[in-house]
Design a protein around this ligand. Structure first.
Ligand SMILES: *[C@@H]1O[C@H](CO)[C@@H](O)[C@H](O)[C@H]1NC(C)=O
Ligand SMILES: *[C@@H]1O[C@H](CO)[C@@H](O)[C@H](O)[C@H]1NC(C)=O
Ligand SMILES: *[C@@H]1O[C@H](CO)[C@@H](O)[C@H](O)[C@H]1NC(C)=O
Ligand SMILES: *[C@@H]1O[C@H](CO)[C@@H](O)[C@H](O)[C@H]1NC(C)=O
Ligand SMILES: *[C@@H]1O[C@H](CO)[C@@H](O)[C@H](O)[C@H]1NC(C)=O
Ligand SMILES: [Cu+2]
Length: 173
């Protein structure tokens, strides 16, 4: 007797569940006009999958290039996300008689060094001459955070805004 009750209960539960799904489906399909209205069937999401986009070449700072007095942390936040194999291009003039405060590019080992602009364990990836011409190119080819900073004036440039970090991500398509 108890077993029969259990079976009946299960049966009812299953029916209710099926009915529930059925009715919610019905509701779902009640408003295809709305759905059609909201979604543009000729738009992006409904096209064939796009081929993998070729890696981008991104000028750090945009038209500001790599210079003193610009906040690169803000720039990086506005330009995120960055992807695997994106190339960052640092453009800065090599030193000469008039350009007496040139720049450089260092990689800091961790967030702590980054926050403090502590260059003690930093690795120089570009010296003051490497940013001329087409600029110094750095490819984001590892899945790790990259902490960039200018290493000039003993951390003063870094503290004044010449630093940013990026974490390259995978593309979804
Ligand atoms: C649908 O998307 C295409 C391409 O994105 C656009 O040219 C067209 O104007 C859109 N149509 C409507 C009705 O939004
Ligand atoms: C990045 O580039 C390397 C070398 O060109 C290639 O082997 C790798 O598949 C690329 N990775 C992605 C995620 O595009
Ligand atoms: C020195 O560098 C500045 C830019 O910082 C550039 O405008 C100028 O032409 C350079 N002078 C020489 C002699 O190369
Ligand atoms: C920068 O490095 C290059 C070699 O990659 C070297 O020839 C040049 O003298 C260096 N410049 C400075 C200012 O250290
Ligand atoms: C740069 O911008 C970030 C984010 O808005 C801010 O936290 C930071 O203090 C700014 N740096 C400087 C040197 O102004
Ligand atoms: Cu600098």
């Amino acid at each position: 007797m108890a077993l029969m009750y259990t079976r009946l209960l299960v049966l009812i539960t299953v029916s209710v569940t099926l009915f529930g799904v059925g009715s919610s489906n019905a509701n779902y399909q009640k408003g295809p006009q709305n759905w059609r209205f909201d979604f543009n069937y000729t738009g992006e999401p409904f096209r064939h999958p796009k081929p993998i986009q070729s890696s981008r070449r991104i000028i750090v700072g945009g038209s500001n290039n790599w210079r003193f007095g610009f906040n690169y942390t803000e720039w990086a936040m506005k330009n995120a996300p960055f992807f695997f194999n994106d190339t960052l291009v640092f453009k800065f003039d090599p030193p000469n008689d008039t350009n007496i405060h040139p720049h450089s590019v260092y990689l800091l080992p961790n967030l702590w060094s980054f926050l403090r602009c502590d260059l003690r364990w930093a690795k120089r990836v570009a010296n003051t001459s490497h940013g001329g011409g087409e600029g110094f190119e750095f490819v984001l080819n590892k899945w790790k955070p990259y902490y960039f900073a200018c290493g000039e004036s003993n951390g003063f440039h870094c503290q004044s805004g010449m630093k940013f970090f990026v974490m390259p991500t995978f593309r979804w398509y």
